[in-house]
Design a protein around this ligand. Structure first.
Ligand code: GLU
Length: 363
C-alpha cells in the first residue's frame, strides 16, 4: 500500500479564463479512484481557488493586492472543491475539504491536530482535498502556488511519494520555449548543481509558483526522505506512471531526513524579510548550542519586518541561519544589545527570545 500526495497547480486546474479544465480533472480523479480501490491512499493538494474566484467575479486579470487575492480565493474555494467532490463521488469516493496554513503547521498542537485529522480521514478511506487557507495566510499566494504546502502535507502524513503536476514535462535545463538546446532533466540528486540552471521564476497567468517553487518543494520533501516527481498534468498518462514509479518528468530521489516539516519549510520556502546581525557569542551559541537568540546578542538590524516574519541571521556579512522573529524591526532597533531585564522595562509584553530555537534553522 502506498500513500501519495498529488498537487495540481492553477494552470492544470483552470484555463486562462478561470474555467475549470474538466477533461484533466476528470482524468486525474479517475486515476486517483483506481489507486484508491487498489488500496493506496491518495491526498489531493489543489490550487485554483483564486483562478476560480476570478472567473466568478468576471475579473480578467489576476489581482495584485493581497486582500483582493484573498477575497477572490474565498469566492472560488467552495466552487473549486465542489468539482473534486462531484468527480470523486462519481467514482464512489468520499472527499473532505481541508484548508491549512503554515502557521497551522508551525505550532505543535495545531500540527498534531492537522496530522491526526488527515490520518483519520485516510483511515476512513476519505480523500482529503487540501488548499491553503487563503483568508488567513498569504504565503502561497505571494509565492508558491501550493507547491510548498504540498511538500508540507507529504511530510506531515509521511507520504511515500509527492507528485507535482504542472504544465510542462518537468524541469528543463533552460526555457524550452526560447532555447532549442534545452532538455528535460530526468533525475535530480544534487540540488547545488541546479543553481547553474536558469530555472524559471515565471509563473502562469493564474498561479504564483513557476518551476522554481516546484524544485524547492521537491528539495523540501526529499530532505524529509520523501521522493518527488514533477511531471505534466496535461499528459494523461503521466500521473499514472509517476505513481507507479516509472520514469516520467523529473524525479527527485529521497535523501536522509534532516529536519522536521516546519523547519524544512522555514529553511527552503519562507522568504527572509530582513537581516539581524548578531555578535560572535550569539553566533556560536546558535551554531553549536542550539539556543534561542536574545536581544542582548543582536548588534544590528537591516530591513523592515513584522513580528512573525522570517529574518536572516548573520554574523558580519555571513548568513548563519534563518528564524521567525518575535519582534518587529523597529522594536529590535530599540532593544538590540540590551539584557532581558532592560528589554522588559521597554517592552513589558515582549517575549524573552528575539528568535526562539524552535523557529530557527541553520543555513
Ligand atoms: N491557494 C491559492 C489558490 O488556490 C494558491 C494559488 C496561487 O498562488 O494562485 O488559488
Amino acid at each position: 500500500m502506498a500513500r501519495a500526495v498529488v498537487k495540481l497547480g492553477s494552470s492544470i486546474v483552470a484555463r486562462d479564463d478561470g474555467s475549470p479544465r474538466m477533461d484533466i480533472l476528470e482524468a486525474v480523479c479517475a486515476e486517483l479512484a483506481v489507486r484508491h480501490y487498489r488500496g493506496d491512499e491518495v491526498v489531493v493538494v489543489t490550487s485554483g481557488a483564486i483562478a476560480r474566484g476570478m472567473r466568478a467575479l468576471d475579473l480578467l486579470l489576476r489581482p495584485r493586492a493581497i486582500d483582493e487575492l484573498q477575497a477572490a480565493s474565498a469566492v472560488g474555494q467552495g466552487k473549486l472543491y465542489r468539482v473534486y467532490d462531484e468527480l470523486l463521488r462519481g467514482h464512489g469516493l468520499t472527499t473532505a475539504q481541508v484548508l491549512l496554513t503554515f502557521f497551522d503547521l508551525s505550532a505543535r498542537t495545531h500540527y498534531l491536530n492537522a496530522r491526526q485529522t488527515l490520518r483519520k480521514l485516510l483511515d476512513w478511506r476519505v480523500v482529503p482535498v487540501i488548499n491553503e487557507n487563503d483568508t488567513t495566510a498569504t504565503d502561497e499566494i505571494s509565492f508558491g502556488d501550493n507547491d510548498f504546502l504540498a511538500a508540507q502535507v507529504a511530510i506531515l502524513i509521511g507520504a511515500d511519494l509527492l507528485v507535482l503536476l504542472t504544465n510542462t514535462e518537468g524541469l528543463y535545463t533552460a526555457d524550452p520555449r526560447t532555447d532549442p538546446s534545452a532538455h528535460l532533466v530526468e533525475r535530480v540528486t544534487d540540488f547545488e548543481a541546479l543553481s547553474e540552471l536558469r530555472i524559471g521564476h515565471e509563473t502562469s497567468v493564474l498561479g504564483s509558483g513557476g518551476m522554481r517553487s516546484k524544485v524547492v518543494a521537491a528539495e523540501m520533501a526529499t530532505a524529509a526522505g520523501i521522493p518527488a516527481t514533477i511531471c505534466s498534468g496535461l499528459d494523461e498518462g503521466a500521473l499514472g506512471r509517476a505513481l507507479d514509479g516509472d520514469p516520467i518528468g523529473t524525479h527527485f530521489p529521497p535523501r536522509p531526513a534532516r529536519y522536521g516539516s516546519f523547519k524544512l519549510w522555514l529553511r527552503y520556502a519562507k522568504p527572509a524579510h530582513g537581516t539581524v546581525v548578531v555578535d560572535a557569542g550569539a553566533a556560536r551559541a546558535l551554531r553549536e548550542g542550539g539556543t534561542s537568540l536574545l536581544p542582548v546578542g543582536i548588534i544590528d538590524v537591516h530591513g523592515a519586518f513584522a513580528a512573525g516574519d522570517a529574518v536572516a541571521i548573520a554574523e558580519g556579512p555571513m548568513v548563519i541561519g534563518k528564524g521567525i522573529t518575535n519582534y518587529t524591526a523597529a522594536e529590535l532597533h530599540r532593544v538590540k544589545g540590551l539584557k532581558s531585564a532592560q528589554v522588559r522595562e521597554l517592552l513589558p509584553r515582549a517575549t524573552e527570545e528575539a528568535v526562539h530555537r524552535d523557529y530557527f534553522v541553520l543555513a
